[in-house]
Design a protein around this ligand. Structure first.
Ligand SMILES: [Zn+2]
Ligand SMILES: [Zn+2]
Length: 249
């Protein structure tokens, strides 16, 4: 019999909405969403711009919308919030974690589905091994997700409006004993010059971030620079990208 190692618990991260393609049979549209599955919980982070596409992609990726326990909204721009109402129409049995700055109007739309929303101001535990950074200030206040894995922390950002370096620095101060293994999501570098992107990557590498999987609003030019700089530690992302990680003991 082949020798078997003791199985560690798995965490599966799947990008289900992105304007960048990874698997060709999925639909791309402007926005971002991913699903985080552990042995106990399933968390939906952001909902893309359109519910129909969100739900179609979810089904194609064999993720049951009913399996989701919690929804975390990074910030209330339409390309992250747009799919929420359609999702809640088919699964209202969730809690929705919204940034503290969310308008009453957006909160009321969630309540209209009979769903409880929780305003997040400071770092908050969402599920076992999954946390919100808390709302960070910026041109648009935003929360990001932190996942504890055997190889270190994974940080998932929506648009990173408070600044990707600020967000990653905040994560390091929230988890001073842990290193960040991977940062992924939208880094909002579309309007930055190549030189500025290089400087930002210097800072990110200075923080010891080992792997990088930028997508959504990072911008094609910036993604190409990340790829050059990170080499084998650059992870191509986009809708359909799935990563299976080992949970922290
Ligand atoms: Zn966005
Ligand atoms: Zn945004």
């Amino acid at each position: 019999m082949p020798e078997q190692k003791l199985d560690k618990k798995k965490i599966t991260l799947t990008v289900i909405f992105d304007n960048i393609a990874y698997l060709s049979d999925l639909t791309t549209d402007w926005g971002f969403s991913c699903v985080i599955q552990t042995d106990k919980d399933t968390v939906l982070f952001d909902t893309g711009s359109r519910g129909k596409i969100l739900l179609q992609n979810m089904v194609k990726l064999k993720i049951d919308p009913q399996s989701i326990h919690s929804v975390v909204i990074s910030h209330t721009h339409w390309d992250h919030l747009g799919g929420l109402d359609d999702f809640l129409a088919i699964n209202p049995h969730v809690e929705v974690y919204i940034p503290n700055s969310t308008s009453q109007e957006d909160e009321k739309k969630i309540a209209a589905r009979g769903v409880r929303s929780i305003r997040v101001e400071l770092s908050h535990r969402i599920a076992t091994g999954i946390f919100s950074t808390g709302e960070l200030a910026g041109e648009m206040p935003e929360q990001s997700i932190v996942i504890q894995t055997a190889r270190g922390l994974v940080v998932v950002t929506g648009c990173a409006h408070p600044g990707i370096v600020n967000i990653l620095s905040q994560v390091q101060s929230l988890f001073p004993r842990e290193k960040i293994n991977l940062a992924m999501g939208g880094f909002h570098l579309k309007s930055f010059s190549n030189e500025k992107v290089e400087q930002i990557i210097d800072l990110i590498q200075g923080l010891g971030i080992q792997q990088i999987a930028p997508s959504h609003c990072t911008g094609e030019a910036a993604i190409a620079i990340f790829s050059q700089r990170y080499q084998e530690n650059f992870i191509q992302s986009g809708v359909g990208r799935r990563m299976v990680l080992e949970a922290k003991d």
